[in-house]
Design a binder for this molecule. Structure first.
Ligand SMILES: C[S@@+](CC[C@H](N)C(=O)[O-])C[C@H]1O[C@@H](n2cnc3c(N)ncnc32)[C@H](O)[C@@H]1O
Length: 275
């Protein structure tokens, strides 16, 4: 199971019906606003037009959903986590949000575009199933515009987490790696097999500062690295986090500012008729 920072409570139980993760939506907005801030040019790439029907898949708390709606598009945000959907509805009561999983969401009729930022890599159980679901939601000629974590994303951090856990006697096999970070060729193949022509694609390193995280990388691990910390022996989570921070500090925080080693895959793909 993928586990970002847990909030617990009833929201967790509900979220299990669509996606299994349970997010701390408030913490996400307070300290990890960079996820959507970095993607405002993704909305430019989407180029929403007034009246277009657009799905924001894995919309989180809805910041980019609202940015798309501001162009006059008829947008629906879809997310697999009830806590995220609840917060999105509270922050943007004029917009439509749906609690559903990326593998089996459905909309009435067809959309002109499906947009997704920083979410597809969390849907690791069935990437072809997610692409098939997006294809079903789109009209022919509709566009799938997305950015996701890609091959080698946060590798310095995850290598250090594996090492810190190994030093605690936890083997790599005991850790459920939470993400799907595909190579470019692999994902293009999935898109083509799933009924898309890829018209734009960019794989790039995007060093990402953690300026809103008071405890730097420790906060990042707390938010996104639950699958790792949950594998730690009882009472050893702080030690694992401290060790991970120590192992990465020279490369990710050489001058007192944490900058994480993100790599991204950004693409535009067009829904075409099956051949
Ligand atoms: C890092 S957040 C990105 C949120 C938003 N797109 C943004 O840019 O701020 C990833 C989001 O993907 C959602 N997600 C993860 N797995 C999902 C799934 N299987 N189906 C739908 N949403 C999912 C999470 O609940 C979370 O809100």
């Amino acid at each position: 199971m993928n586990r970002p920072s847990a909030k617990g409570g009833a929201a967790g139980a509900d979220a299990g019906k669509a996606g299994e993760a349970t997010w701390d939506a408030g913490l996400y907005d307070r300290s990890f606003g960079f996820v959507s801030d970095f993607a405002t040019d993704m909305v430019d790439l989407l180029a929403p037009k007034p009246g277009e029907r657009i799905v924001d898949l894995g919309c989180g708390t809805g910041k980019l959903t609202a940015a798309i709606a501001a162009h006059g598009a008829d947008v629906i945000g879809i997310d697999g986590d009830e806590a995220m959907v609840e917060r999105a509805r509270a922050l943007h009561p004029h917009l439509a949000f749906q609690h559903a999983d990326g593998r089996n969401f459905a909309i009435e009729g067809h959309a002109d575009a499906v947009f997704s930022n920083a979410a597809l890599h969390w849907m690791k159980e069935d990437p072809p199933g997610v692409i098939a679901c997006v294809a079903r939601a789109l009209r022919l000629g509709g566009r799938f515009v997305a950015e996701m974590g890609a091959h080698r994303n946060v590798r310095i951090i995850t290598d250090a987490l594996y090492q810190a856990l190994a030093e605690e006697g936890v083997p790599a096999e005991a850790i459920d790696f939470p993400w799907y970070f595909p190579r470019t060729s692999r994902y293009v193949g999935l898109l083509e097999d799933g009924g898309f022509d890829v018209t734009q694609l960019r794989y790039f390193a995007r060093p990402t500062p953690l300026d809103d995280c008071p405890n730097g990388l420790a906060d990042w691990i707390d938010m996104f690295g639950r699958n790792f910390t949950e594998a730690a022996p009882p009472g050893r989570v702080p030690a694992v986090i401290d060790r991970t921070v120590a192992l990465t500090r020279d490369r990710l925080c050489p001058d007192g500012r944490w900058v994480t080693d993100y790599t991204r895959l950004r693409f535009v793909a067009i829904r075409v008729a099956d051949e």
